[in-house]
Write a protein that binds this ligand. Structure first.
Ligand code: FNR
Length: 375
């Protein structure tokens, strides 16, 4: 049997083994602006801290003597089986840390068999991503738009490029209060790093004065924040789609119920990595009530602070069907491009698999039955 940790120790390229080591290594390599943009949370960063401390409140009570020689880590989502419960969370503007940006990330995602969720504000277009990995599972994260025709246009493009689900992010109706970016005077949007999907969007480009960088930036800023977003928008989007619609950013069980009423096919419990409203509940702390409200009617995913394999185990034990990973893969990309992304995600998965076995669990699907206590 493979020894997953030993493989790491014997690798010829030393790689930071945990999130904390990786963050430290990346801090030394990146300029303050991009590093601060990725690392930080909104305001005083209570939400960011809550995401991590939520995991530490739970302890596992393991079972033994269960023959864990053939762990089955696979999960099912929308009728498809995936080898691991990990997905790539949508993270915008990947060219901030690596020239190949999303293209490097999605190649690693394909090697890992982990679905990729592409951001609206990515540096490369959804068509370029689709061309890079035509056969890999991709979902498209949609930001609503002040001109809603732009949102419909992007969703339709994603569907025709083979994206298998649309993820509407609902917690970004205005930009969070991000003090680190003010300190560093850093705005990746203003640098034009979010243009990938806008440059070739016929509805968006028709609204521009000219094709200068300034016009793009002005157009994106005018559209991307959309405080009028409401449930009727969700119902109308759902009516136009041919693929499942997920909502990302749900924290209140009542919103989960309303989402299902509006026809939504899946929910991502998330506080945007602590980057939007400061002082909100950690996403893992929000999970149990949402799982209860959803009552297995649609899949529930979780992101925020999943920086160890054991965190994924706890999230699944509390009823999440899968977890999405944000900052860790971005740091991997910054550290060593496609291989760095691969290594980070592989380590998360390896620790997850080892932890499943050590807690006596044979299948990922059976994790909701394991014993967790809340300290
Ligand atoms: C994000 N996130 C995000 N979410 C989204 O829906 N669209 C986006 O474009 C982005 N962009 C983005 C950029 C950066 C640099 C970060 C760190 C995050 C939020 C992301 O999808 C996810 O919710 C969090 O990153 C999860 O938390 P962790 O894993 O970073 O703790």
């Amino acid at each position: 049997k493979e020894d997953l940790l030993l493989k790491n120790i014997q690798g010829n390229k030393p790689f930071p083994i945990c999130f904390e080591d990786l963050e430290k290594a990346v801090a030394e390599r990146l300029p303050a602006g991009p590093y601060g943009y990725i690392r930080s949370g909104a305001g005083g960063e209570q939400s960011l801290r809550n995401n991590r401390s939520a995991f530490a409140k739970y302890s596992i009570v393991p079972r033994f003597l269960t023959d864990v020689s053939e762990p089955d880590t696979s999960i099912e989502l929308f009728g498809k089986t995936y080898p691991t419960p990990f997905l790539f969370a949508p993270v915008g503007m990947n060219q901030m840390v690596h020239e190949l940006g999303e293209l490097a990330v999605v190649r690693a995602a394909q090697r890992l068999g982990m679905p990729y969720i592409q951001s609206t504000v990515s540096s490369y277009s959804l068509e370029e991503v689709a061309e890079t990995v035509p056969d890999h599972t991709k979902w498209f994260q949609l930001y609503w738009s002040t001109n809603e025709e732009i949102a419909y246009s992007m969703a339709a493009r994603a569907e025709s490029a083979g994206f298998e689900a649309i993820v509407l992010t609902v917690d970004t109706v205005m930009l969070g209060w991000r003090e680190e970016d003010v300190r560093n005077q850093f705005s990746p949007l203003k640098l034009g790093l979010a243009r990938g999907n806008y440059m070739n969007d016929p509805v968006f480009t028709a609204s521009l004065k000219d094709d200068s960088l300034e016009s793009y930036v002005e157009g994106i800023l005018a559209n991307i924040f959309h405080p009028t977003l409401n449930w009727e928008n969700v119902r109308e989007l759902k009516r136009r789609l041919h693929v499942p619609l997920l909502i990302k950013g749900i924290l209140h069980p009542e919103d989960a119920r309303l989402a299902i009423e509006a026809g939504v096919d899946g929910i991502i419990v998330s506080n945007h990595g602590g980057r939007q409203l400061d002082g909100v509940i950690g996403s893992l702390d929000a999970l149990p009530a949402i799982v209860k409200a959803v009552d297995s009617r649609v899949p529930v995913l979780l992101d925020g602070g999943v920086y160890r394999g054991i965190d994924a185990l706890k999230a699944l034990a509390l009823g999440a069907n899968a977890v999405c990973i944000g900052r860790p893969f971005v740091y991997g990309l910054a550290y060593d491009g496609e291989d760095g992304v691969y290594q980070v995600m592989q380590n998360l998965y390896s620790e997850f698999k080892v932890s499943m076995g050590l807690s006596g669990q044979r299948t990922a699907a059976g994790l909701p039955a394991m014993t967790l206590i809340r300290e």
